[in-house]
Design a protein around this ligand. Sequence first.
Ligand code: FES
Ligand SMILES: [Fe+2]
Length: 341
Amino acid sequence: MNQIRPAAPETLPARLYRDPELYQTERREIFARSWLLIAHESQIESANSYVATNAAGFPIIVVRDKDGTIRAFHNVCRHRAGPLADDGQGKCEGQLVCRYHGWRYALDGRLASARDFGPAEGFDPREYSLKGVKCESWRGFIFINMDETAGPLSKFIAPLIAKTAHLPLEKFRFERQTTHDIKCNWKTYVENYLEGYHIPLVHPFLNSAVDASKYEVDVSAPVIFHQAPPRDGSPVGGLWAWSWPCLGVNVYADGILMERMWPVGHNLTRLDYLYFFPDDIERAVMERSVAASEITTEEDRKICESVQRNLDAGIYETGRLSPKHEQGVAWFQKEVLRAIG
Ligand code: FES
Ligand SMILES: [Fe+2]
């Protein structure tokens, strides 16, 4: 009997990968409406500690107060848009003090004092609290959502919660962050992450470790799981996943790598790698694991930048996606189109 094979879906048109206006639409319609991993609780373990980062062009700060409550705000002062903290981890002294003119905010966001403003200035500080954003934790990982009407995080990442229920995520602590700038549109990088079709050509080392011909992609929207059996026959352990819109989740026996794929502009993507390891891991094992993922990233950087150059050249318009290998890419592209309308 003849089998009817699904038609190979067409790719998104190349112009969607080089359009600065579309990038602004994506910031608004995708990144400002999704749950985004921002930090881990072990990065802000003590009172008054914070992490500040730039999430797709939105400066965000998460801070822990003396009672242990974690809150998130736009890292934007209500006076004249100064920053409350530079990007990175740090500690404040019970208040967030704007770096520009020194307005001081309590850690619940209320404006505590506006330097050299008094009653005569006729302004009510209660109207100038920091703009808050939703903030929820999942097993130590802190996510934010800028959309006040967003549903709970647990619903958004439900497939991830279910598939990791048996994994001991709590034994891992934040170890370090590395950052890689890739000169391509964020979608170019994400799509590369969502398929194993390129492994035999782009990643010789990874290809020697896993059997890419048996690579499997399972779309449990909005999470996409990947699997490839190790060539040495050892059982597949851990987890290799991606969650809409830009988070890679890699859980191994001896570490976790959370990969954020932030757009910085329409033609630049910033990868933030957050590495987590158990306390008792040997230094050499940890460094080997970091080095291996940095090699793979360098290989992906090269190919994604070449692809972006060709998307920018104006020759390629659309192509076809493999129904066998690129169903994750197909789902992502459909979701992008849905989100941007
Ligand atoms: S911009 Fe923050 S105090 Fe002026
Ligand atoms: Fe790759």
